[in-house]
Design a protein around this ligand. Structure first.
Ligand code: NAP
Length: 292
């Protein structure tokens, strides 16, 4: 039995679509979760950060696959509560119920010491908690794209779909390695089948400029768009202004640093140990087109 958290999210819904009938899942979902009962899985209602609601849900569980997290749209306090304290609660429960394996979906942001926001910090500290579990695996994805994505690349893509004029990042010198969601799911499935431990970056094989990725997306989808580069200085100022807003809007100096920071990695170790090579951007966008 696999205890899955985050099953109603972007990765979770793709994972369940792919593997609900091949594994025995018990899905921890909040009572408010929008996606429920679409798959042949057992559902238990709980809040990952409320230890009392976790009582008994790990009995008979062999592996925990913990993906639930708050990425944006919540206060730093709430992000720490769910991402760090929720992970701590699950790890402690797993230890007391003799769970064999703990797989944690973190983020590449956890590696970036320049990112000081609550999300990066919560994942960094949560990783340290997960490492206290003997048979544990940490996956650190970065820039995952595909249908149903409502975060980083997904939001930029939504903007490109809606508007004939697409604002892109001026003065951007850094590159990204986007990975298609089905390949992310393949790594998740393999994590449930293998016994790898330690931490792995999960990125695509192509190194591409973020603006070029958006242009390729529009070309593939047959969207005729004009791209307007916003000056880096204006974006920097808008990020500082967004920091002053009382509630999180998903844009601020941390997101600015995140976009403008360098983030290319070798995928050799991940490919070799998982024996799986993710598809190119070209192939990923074709798959996206077929699934849209
Ligand atoms: N998307 C990316 O590009 C990306 C990149 C790097 C890392 N990651 C990591 O990958 C994981 C999955 O990302 P995603 O894009 O699938 O995220 P997502 O779509 O935002 O889904 C988040 C999931 O967490 C659940 N959740 C949030 N708070 C919870 C709580 N207190 N108790 C129980 N469940 C709770 C949500 O449930 P509700 O339905 O109830 O809201 C949802 O199922 C996350 O850990 C994220 O940090 C994602």
């Amino acid at each position: 039995m696999i205890l899955l958290t985050g099953g109603s999210g972007f990765f979770g819904s793709h994972l369940l679509a792919r593997s609900a009938s091949s594994f025995s899942y018990r899905c921890l979902m909040r009572p408010s979760a929008a996606v429920r009962n679409r798959f042949p899985v057992e559902i238990v209602e709980a809040d990952v950060a409320d230890r009392s609601s976790l009582q008994g849900i790990l009995s008979g569980v062999d592996t925990v696959l913990h993906m639930a997290a708050l990425i944006r749209g919540a206060s730093p306090k709430e992000i720490i509560r769910v991402n760090l304290e929720g992970t701590r609660a699950l790890v402690e429960e797993a230890k007391t119920h003799n769970v064999r394996r703990f797989v944690f979906v973190s983020t590449e942001n956890a590696l970036r010491e320049d990112l000081k926001d609550a999300y990066a910090a919560s994942k960094r500290e949560a990783e340290a908690v997960v490492r206290t579990f003997p048979n544990s695996l940490i996956l650190r994805p970065c820039f995952v794209y595909g249908p149903g994505d409502d975060h980083g690349l997904g939001r930029l893509i939504q903007l490109a779909v809606r508007s004939p004029l697409v604002p892109v990042f001026g003065g951007l010198k850094s590159f990204i390695q986007p990975i298609y969601v089905d390949d992310m799911v393949e790594y998740l499935v393999r994590s449930l089948k293998n016994d790898l431990t330690g931490s792995y970056l999960i990125v695509g094989p192509d190194v591409i400029h973020l603006n070029d990725f958006l242009k390729k997306y529009c070309e593939t989808m047959g969207l005729k768009r004009r791209f307007v580069a916003l000056p880096k200085s204006v974006l920097g100022l808008s990020a500082k202004a967004a920091d002053l807003l009382p509630s999180a809007v998903g844009w601020g100096t941390n997101q600015f640093r995140n976009i403008y920071g360098s983030r290319t990695y070798s995928i050799e170790k991940t490919v070799q140990d998982f024996q799986f090579t993710p598809r190119s951007v070209e192939q990923g966008l074709q798959a996206f087109l077929r699934q849209t």
